[in-house]
Design a protein around this ligand. Structure first.
Ligand code: SF4
Length: 256
C-alpha cells in the first residue's frame, strides 16, 4: 500500500497489468476532473467523493459521449503493438451510472468486431445500479462481471461504503441475483472502521449465499485509502474468510 491514486485523465487508459485481469485496457466513463460515485468507500484509492450521486443526469456534460468512447477505443486499439487481454469498464467512478451505459457497451462490442481484437470484456462495478433494466441487459453482454459486495447489513454498508440515499444491502442483493455468472469482489478493512469482525463476516456470508456467485475475490487495502487511519486485514484472516466461503457456500474464493 504505497500511494493514493490520481484520477484517470482520459476515457481510455492503460493497458495496466491488473492482478485480477492480466493486461487490461481500461475504459473510464466518469468525469476526469472530480470524483462522483454512488458510494463513498472508506478505502477508495481515489480519496473521498466530491459528489455522492446515483443519478448523473445533471453531470452529463462531464461524461464521455458514446461516439467519443467508440472513436478513442478504436484509435488506441489500432495503435497498440499487442492486443489487450481484457477491455475493462472501471475508471474514476461507477461505470454503470453513465446514462448511456448500454449504448456504450454496444459501441465497444462493435469496436471489437471492427478491429478483430480478441479481448474479453469485463467490468468492475459497485452493484448499485441494478434496478435499471438497461444496466442489467448491458452487463449480460460482457464476459466478466466483477461486482462489489462488502457488507451484509445496512449498518456495515453505511460504515464502509457510505452509499447515496436509497441504496440498501437488500436492493444490491436483489440486483445481483438478476445477473448470471458473477464474480463477487469484497474488500475487508480494519482500524478506525472495520467489516472484518466475526459478526460482520457472518452477515456478509449470508448475503453471498443468497447471491450465489460463481467465484469470489477477497482482498484488503491495495493503495492508500480515503480514510487514512484504516489498516489492512492480514492475509491469514482473508484466507480464513475465503475458506468459510468455500465451506459454507461451495464457492471458490481467492485472496489477493
Ligand atoms: S465504488 Fe469504487 S470508485 Fe466508488 S467510492 Fe467505492 S471504491 Fe471508490
Amino acid at each position: 500500500m504505497t500511494r493514493r491514486l490520481t484520477l484517470q485523465k482520459g476515457v481510455i487508459y492503460g493497458p495496466v497489468d491488473s492482478r485480477r485481469l492480466g493486461r487490461s485496457l481500461g475504459i473510464n466513463l466518469s468525469p476526469v476532473s472530480y470524483k462522483i460515485c454512488s458510494f463513498n468507500c472508506v478505502y477508495c484509492h481515489y480519496g473521498w467523493n466530491k459528489y455522492l450521486k446515483s443519478d448523473l443526469s445533471d453531470y452529463v456534460k462531464d461524461l464521455p459521449p458514446v461516439a467519443r468512447v467508440e472513436e478513442e477505443l478504436e484509435n488506441v486499439i489500432k495503435a497498440m503493438p499487442e492486443p489487450p487481454e481484457y477491455i475493462t469498464f472501471s475508471g474514476n467512478g461507477e461505470p454503470t451510472l453513465h446514462p448511456d451505459f448500454e449504448q456504450v457497451v454496444d459501441a465497444v462490442i462493435d469496436v471489437k468486431k471492427r478491429t478483430g481484437v480478441d479481448a474479453r470484456l469485463a467490468i468492475l462495478s459497485n452493484s448499485t445500479a441494478l434496478d435499471d433494466e438497461s444496466v442489467v441487459r448491458a452487463l449480460g453482454k460482457l464476459d466478466v462481471r466483477i461486482m462489489k459486495l462488502d457488507a451484509g447489513t445496512d449498518e456495515v454498508l453505511k460504515r464502509i461504503n457510505g452509499p447515496a440515499a436509497g441504496i440498501t444491502v437488500d436492493g444490491i442483493v436483489k440486483g445481483l441475483k438478476r445477473l448470471d455468472e458473477i464474480t463477487l469482489q469484497s474488500v475487508f478493512v480494519d482500524g478506525e472502521v472495520s467489516n472484518a469482525g466475526d459478526e460482520d463476516v457472518e452477515a456478509w456470508l449470508g448475503r453471498v449465499e443468497e447471491v450465489k456467485p460463481t467465484y469470489a475475490q477477497v482482498y484488503s487495502l491495495e493503495n492508500v485509502p480515503a480514510m487514512s487511519t484504516l489498516v489492512g486485514v492480514p492475509m491469514g484472516r482473508l484466507n480464513e474468510i475465503a475458506r468459510r466461503v468455500k465451506q459454507r457456500i461451495g464457492v471458490e474464493a481467492r485472496t489477493y
